[in-house]
Write a new protein. Structure first.
Length: 273
């Protein structure tokens, strides 16, 4: 079963400003972006040549992490900040392991909704749905996701390459508080899957990339290791713990990618006790 949020008909695409999901799509070689997105993507690539490898590494991490969750028995998945559908996407990975798995994608870019209608075809046994919602509006997002997911049972919540777009006070966001609210809504046994850009591993290039994002009107907040690990407070980190993204339970393809050089992104997966 597949579906999209009925509110998507009222959503409007703003092509005058770049959107992180569409910039990311350009880095992944997609075509679902606009000139304003490509312009920013190229400017950032000019100052940080790791971004293409970083985008691919994030996708690979997401696929490994959700496959691990499905193999561990998780049958419900909520992917927030999912972006433009790119194959193989989360539902394809987990429903290959467990066809009955239920998946909800959530993003605030309406172009993703349009493409979801055409591209997100889940298994007959499971459920695949896309809702239009902003991560900052936790109540609305969870309420819409509850149309497909049972939050009384474990859910794997993934926010891959998303938290660096969320600030902390005095910016008006409290990203650590927001993540606590999300995990509080999850049943014991749920998983939290995160990745986050850091300046720890490449300060000069990441600093320039962050400045380009901010000049475009997009908040961007690389975080040090000490701030990233705080997202997992109260949870049980799964092995190998917090690590650069390509090193989280790497498969042969990831080992080969690591030889190209490290990317400045931390990753981690934790279980709610």
């Amino acid at each position: 079963m597949t579906g999209t949020d009925p509110d998507h008909f009222a959503a409007r695409v703003d092509t005058t400003r770049p959107h992180p999901a569409r910039v990311y799509d350009w880095w992944l070689g997609g075509k679902d972006n606009y000139p304003v997105d490509e312009e920013l993507a190229r400017r950032i690539l000019a100052v940080d040549d790791t971004v293409l490898r970083g985008a691919r590494a994030n996708r690979r991490f997401m696929q490994r992490a959700v496959r691990a969750a499905a193999e561990a028995g998780i049958r419900q998945f909520l992917d927030v900040g999912t972006g433009i559908p790119t194959e193989p996407n989360l539902h394809q990975v987990v429903q290959d392991v467990a066809p009955e798995a239920r998946v909800v994608y959530a993003d605030n870019d309406p172009i993703g909704l349009r493409h979801a209608e055409a591209l997100l075809h889940g298994s007959a046994e499971g459920s695949t749905r896309y809702v239009h919602a902003d991560v900052r509006d936790r109540v609305a997002l969870l309420n819409r996701a509850a149309g497909s997911l049972d939050f009384g049972r474990p859910v794997a919540l993934s926010l891959v390459a998303l938290t660096h777009y969320l600030g902390t006070d005095p910016d008006g966001d409290d990203v650590h508080g927001l993540l606590k609210d999300y995990t509080a809504a999850l049943a014991p046994g749920s998983w939290l899957i995160l990745s986050q850009v850091t300046a720890d591993l490449n300060p000069e290039a990441v600093g320039k990339a962050a400045e380009n994002f901010r000049r475009s009107g997009t908040p961007f907040h690389p975080r040090p290791l000490s701030e990233f690990v705080r997202f997992f407070d109260g949870l049980e980190l799964l092995g190998p713990g917090v690590i650069p993204v390509s090193g989280w339970r790497p498969e042969p393809q990831d080992v080969a990618a690591q030889a190209e050089g490290i990317v400045p992104v931390y990753a981690g997966v934790a279980r709610k006790p």
